[in-house]
Ligand binder design. Structure first.
Ligand code: SDX
Length: 431
């Protein structure tokens, strides 16, 4: 039994002993109970999936899942989506404050002048089949960046860490566009320093050497907002993976590659691709009721992708902005009456009225509408998680930098052992 002793300690009464557990206060949000010294008392805590575990101290992003609140360095996501832009948010995540005009211009100049990748990296793509999933390519080529920088990187030197953060933010769109062009069998398009971040990405994706390509500014703004909405999200699975890899002192490019691998899962960043695949499987509005029934059936593995969240037990604030962006893009492209969007809206309405989803506080998350926007822009489904990874890079590297920039321990969870007790080896003749 644990009860709150003095204001700054909980008391755990176990086996006739009382153990004081310090209670630590955050600036916002729930207190935490420090159980770090329980091992010395002969106990581990047990929390599969880390549902109730704070893995670290951080000042980057705050989420209040019950109230649908998401703050980046204290700024609400809805205000950032309306007034800011992706590179400004990257600066904020990395530095803790919004840039003034000179700082913003200097940061944009720095990022744009790191967008090219080493020409040798092009050869890494040649080893992949043309039909390789672009996330497989991104895991490979991002990790391969380690080979180009590991000897010029002292992770204990803050200026080296800053340079690495700039390189990663700058190069991810280039690598992402290259993974698309490789699959299309089209020549890679070099980045251009006269274009904005999202505009440059779309130009590298869709331009060809045969003619000038002008990026639609409405689409560029929507792309920038999609990157912005994915930039960071506290200690999610892929960010925790980056922190775990970073805690061993691994090269940050390898850590980001580990984050990309973790993001790929359909329960995490792969959900945007899975939403479109799910809508394709449903096929028509008349099948929605059947699939909602399948989603509620414990024996059926089908889940409504883009719904539910480990933390948000209210509407994901990013989903609201994403839905608004979806209508803007489809309206701009004259496809407001898109059948896939109509089916998604119908599915959302039905699910939000169904007791199963209401009781479990399952609401649309950031992935529910993003795929519909990306599809409308002409980005293929298998590229959706690559877009998510590109957007999430500043969050990953800001968390890595925050951890490495202060005292940290190598991550090493323990377990509840359920295997056999010690026993003697049996020679094969006696088995
Ligand atoms: C992201 O952590 C982050 O911040 C992630 C992210 C980020 O920005 O980094 O926000 C990005 O990953 C968003 C989530 C994208 N994933 C999906 O959309 C996949 C579909 N969602 C589910 O797989 C699920 O909701 C999770 C994985 C997202 C959350 O799982 P939890 O919190 O572990 O919840 P759970 O599995 O314990 O579900 C609770 C109940 C269960 O039913 P009961 O056992 O109580 O009867 O809700 C049910 C689940 O079966 N449930 C769903 C459901 N999600 C949960 N039922 C139908 N459809 C769903 N989508």
């Amino acid at each position: 039994m644990a009860d709150k002793g003095s204001n700054n300690a909980a008391q755990l009464s176990i086996g006739g002993n009382t153990i004081d557990l310090p209670i630590l206060d955050g600036n916002v949000g729930p207190q935490v109970i420090d159980v770090g010294h329980l091992t010395s008392q002969g106990y581990f805590t047990y929390d599969p999936g880390f549902v109730s575990t704070a893995s670290c101290e951080s000042a980057i992003t705050y989420i209040d899942g019950d109230n649908g609140i998401l703050l980046h360095r204290g700024y609400p996501i809805a205000q950032l989506a309306e007034h800011s832009d992706y590179l400004e948010l990257c600066y904020l995540l990395l530095n803790g404050e919004l840039p003034n005009a000179d700082q913003k211009a200097a940061f944009e100049h720095t990022i744009s002048h790191h967008t090219m990748v080493h020409e040798q990296l092009v050869h890494f793509f040649q080893g992949f089949r043309r039909d390789a999933h672009p996330m497989a390519i991104m895991c490979g080529v991002t990790g391969a960046l380690s080979a180009f920088y590991h000897d010029s990187l002292d992770i204990n030197d803050a200026s080296h860490r800053t340079n690495t953060a700039h390189r990663l933010i700058a190069k991810m769109p280039t690598l992402a566009a290259m993974s698309y062009k490789y699959a299309q069998g089209e020549p890679f398009v070099y980045p251009r320093n006269d274009l904005g971040y999202a505009e440059n990405f779309l130009h590298m994706m869709f331009a060809t050497p045969c003619e000038n390509y002008k990026v639609n500014p409405i689409i560029a703004r929507a792309m920038d907002r999609i990157f912005l909405l994915h930039a960071d999200h506290e200690q999610n699975a892929s960010t925790s993976t980056v922190r775990m890899a970073g805690s061993t002192g691994a090269n940050p490019f390898a850590c980001i590659a580990a984050g990309i691998a973790a993001l790929w899962g359909p329960a995490h960043g792969g959900a945007n691709e899975a939403v479109l695949n799910m809508l394709a499987e449903i096929g028509d509005e008349k099948n929605i009721d059947k699939y909602v029934k399948k989603a509620k059936d414990k024996d059926d593995p089908f889940r409504i992708m883009g719904f539910g969240h480990r933390v948000y037990k209210n509407y994901d604030p990013r989903a609201k902005v994403m839905q608004q962006t979806c209508h803007e893009v489809l309206n701009e492209l004259g496809v407001e009456d898109d059948p896939v969007l109509r089916m998604a809206q119908r599915l959302e309405t039905i699910a939000l009225e169904d007791d199963y989803f209401v009781e479990r506080k399952l609401y649309p998350n950031v992935d529910f509408y993003s795929g519909i926007i990306l599809k409308a822009i002409g980005i293929p489904t298998e590229m959706f998680t690559v877009i998510f990874a590109t957007g999430r890079t500043p969050g990953w590297i800001a968390h890595w930098n925050e951890m490495i920039g202060a005292p940290y321990k190598i991550g090493r969870p323990r377990q509840l052992y359920k295997g056999p007790a010690a026993r003697d080896y049996v020679p094969v003749a006696d088995r």
